[in-house]
Design a protein around this ligand. Sequence first.
Ligand code: ARG
Length: 455
Amino acid sequence: MWKGRFSQPTSERVQRYGESVSFDWRLYAHDIRGSIAQSKALLKAGIITKQEQTDIERGLLAIKEEITSGNFEWQESLEDVHMNIESELTQRIGPAGAKLHTARSRNDQVALDVRLYCRDEVDAIVAHISELQRALVQCAERNQKAIMPGYTHLQRGQPVLFAHHLLAYVEMLERDTNRLMDASERLNVMPLGSGALAGSTILLDRELIAKELGFPAITQNSMDAVSDRDYVAEILFAIALCGVHLSRLSEDIILWASAEFGFIALSDAHTTGSSLMPQKKNPDVAELTRGKTGRLIGNLMAILTILKGLPMTYNRDMQEDKEPLFDSIDTIKAALGVFAEMVSGMDVRTEKTKAAASDPMLLATDLADWLVKQGLPFRHAHEVIGKLVAYSIEQKRGFADLKVSEYKQFWKGFNKSVYKVLTLDTALAARKNSGAPSPANVAAQLKRWRKLLSA
Ligand code: ARG
């Protein structure tokens, strides 16, 4: 493509080192879509005839079909997806093909292709997120009555509904969706016409190209347009954070599936055995996801590091954006998909969650709140109940088993109505601040999510 200036062919090692077609071939559909829009602008600019535009469009669509069916021969010597397709087109249709790259550089071309690709992939990831959210909501609905301890520091804190715990992840995933869609909105700007860095002396109707490709706006600075990879970084961040959320869910699932917790049983289809220990049933899907999150974070670090030292404008370093991008997109889609399946097949051992939640200590805060309702300042109430907790541990008797006279040793105003707060059902029902896990609140949240996710 640049043979005019050179008297030596590219060394084979350099070719192998610099080629990107082995991975950027997957941009072909977007590359072809962009080239067809480009040809329409060239027609309008009077650079090609109607016949030539038709030939280009037909030629490109035929190449696309060949690639899709797996019959296209990619050539490493042609470096990347862009030159492979352009060269094939020119071979097929002659001089009209050689006119296609007028007023265009691979720099604005690749910027366009990646934006188009990201736009589509964000939609695909968002659909995968919804699928997992639906699986979580359904699991929460199947186990709507299940009570479990809520933890801080992995120490039992206060009782919650299992459904409330799962809905926390549905919230996180919703923010992931919003972040991805927000990034998608920002990247939805059309860069063609920026050329290598300074546009072109050949005037193209950029608005026409944007309209053709469904972009609501065009880039306003040609140098920024060819050197900008913010959208790659933003998407990699949104994916990494989604991965972090899945990794935290993984950690919960791994703990819950252990004999020590025993809160859930994963289906045989979503666990693996041991080649040595016959009894084992391992939560590999969750462990792999926790592990793969390392890759997602690494990919984000890679793009930030690639970009940080680059002078304006395009530098070949930027070709290194694609493998992390593709890897993160593939990884998160796979993880979300397999998680949706695993959550759908997950059984909750409600007797185990209930037993754990029946630890009387979980109601210590409720006792302090009872004192507050009798007029004690919370700090004072906290201290009184703290001493009662120590006494109860020393006595090896729960709060419900202590006599009123024993309560009175810690605060003389105690009376038998205190026992009313000492049941799990009362404790949960009383947590009716919005956002808190009373059964009525959780039912309303489930209803809200069911509606949102079916839309
Ligand atoms: N394969 C290149 C990339 O992904 C396309 C742009 C090449 N531009 C250049 N001036 N060599 O970045």
